[in-house]
Design a protein around this ligand. Structure first.
Ligand code: NCD
Length: 315
């Protein structure tokens, strides 16, 4: 299967086969990351601009390292360091980056659709690193990659995504990818954050975490994104943890080999107990490691690299 796209803006735009191509190529690249000499020359002479107009630790550094693994040159810019502060439009800033011969632009922006907006107007490859509450494609891919790596397959796996679904681009990308690959997804949270309008996406909805503990193969916990919420969606953080937090007591009810996931940044003691985050079943740091392999694959494929086969057997 070939990857024919210069951009990655949303997992909703792509078929299951295309998305599997990314996962397989990432598996091949993960081996490179384990070697002493971690670099390959695939993007030598290319320039990647990391254009982050919202805070980020993991994602920005992961894209930067991914570009370095492929031997690209990397420039990082943030909102406060760009002329957006002086009233320049996003498109003008991006056109200027292209005039400076940026080949790839990785963008994180508060507005849904911002990555697609640029992708349609620029020759450079545009990779979405999170656009508002819309999508965060590489996070969805790294989550699926981690599930496949740890459980051996994705089809039929029961995944509970718990928390602030309404404002979560991570949840939307996970839903897109996991349902396409045949997983059974249940969204869990208070009705204010998990409205019934999500049902047409092919997911189940539950309003109590206790309903999904015994049956889940994966439990993915999300942070309450206070910065996006314009009103109170639940009485308070204490009540949220009591009703939806993965406490030690609840964690004991999980299946023996249930994976505990979190995209970070974690709020320890709110959506996840601190000991649970560091304990058995937690694959939170594996997700970070896998994010690098996934981003290497995405940069490589969007630059025209030939897909690589992996030894992964699933699907
Ligand atoms: C997430 C994001 O920014 O969408 N973090 C990440 O990229 N790993 C989730 C969050 O901010 O809660």
């Amino acid at each position: 299967m070939n990857w024919q796209h210069k951009d990655l803006c949303a997992l909703a735009d792509h078929t299951a086969q295309e998305l599997m191509t990314i996962l397989d190529t990432a598996t091949a690249f993960k081996g490179v990351g384990e070697r002493n000499l971690k670099k390959v020359p695939a993007l030598r002479g290319k320039t990647l601009v990391n254009f982050f107009i919202e805070p980020s630790t993991r994602t920005r550094i992961s894209f930067e390292l991914a570009a370095m693994r492929l031997s690209a040159d990397v420039v990082n810019i943030s909102a406060s360091a760009s002329s957006l502060e002086k009233g320049e439009t996003l498109l003008d800033t991006a056109r200027n980056l292209e005039a400076l011969r940026a080949d790839l632009i990785v963008i994180r922006h508060k507005s849904a659709g911002s990555a697609r907006f640029l992708a349609d107007r620029l020759n450079a490859s545009v990779i979405n690193a999170g656009d508002g509450a819309h999508e965060h494609p590489t996070q969805g891919l790294l989550d699926a990659f981690t599930i496949r790596e740890k459980l051996g397959h994705i089809e039929g796996v029961r995944v509970a995504i718990v928390g602030d679904i309404l404002f979560s681009r991570v949840a939307r990308s996970n839903i897109q990818l996991l349902t396409k690959l045949g997983a059974k997804v249940t969204l869990v949270g208070p009705p204010t954050l998990v409205p019934a309008s999500f049902s047409p996406l092919g997911v189940e909805i539950a309003h109590s975490i206790d309903e999904v503990l015994e049956e889940s193969d994966v439990i993915n916990l999300l942070r309450i994104q206070h910065e996006r919420q314009r009103k109170e969606y639940f009485p308070g953080v204490g009540e949220y943890s009591a009703r939806f937090g993965l406490t030690k007591k609840r964690a004991r009810r999980l299946k023996e080999n249930c994976l505990i996931m979190h995209p970070g940044p974690m709020n320890r003691g709110v959506e996840i107990d601190s000991a649970v985050a560091d304990g058995k079943g937690s694959v939170i740091l594996d997700q970070v490691t896998n994010g690098l392999a996934v981003r290497v694959a995405v940069l490589y494929l969007c630059s025209g690299g030939a897909p690589m086969a992996s030894s992964a057997t699933d699907q």
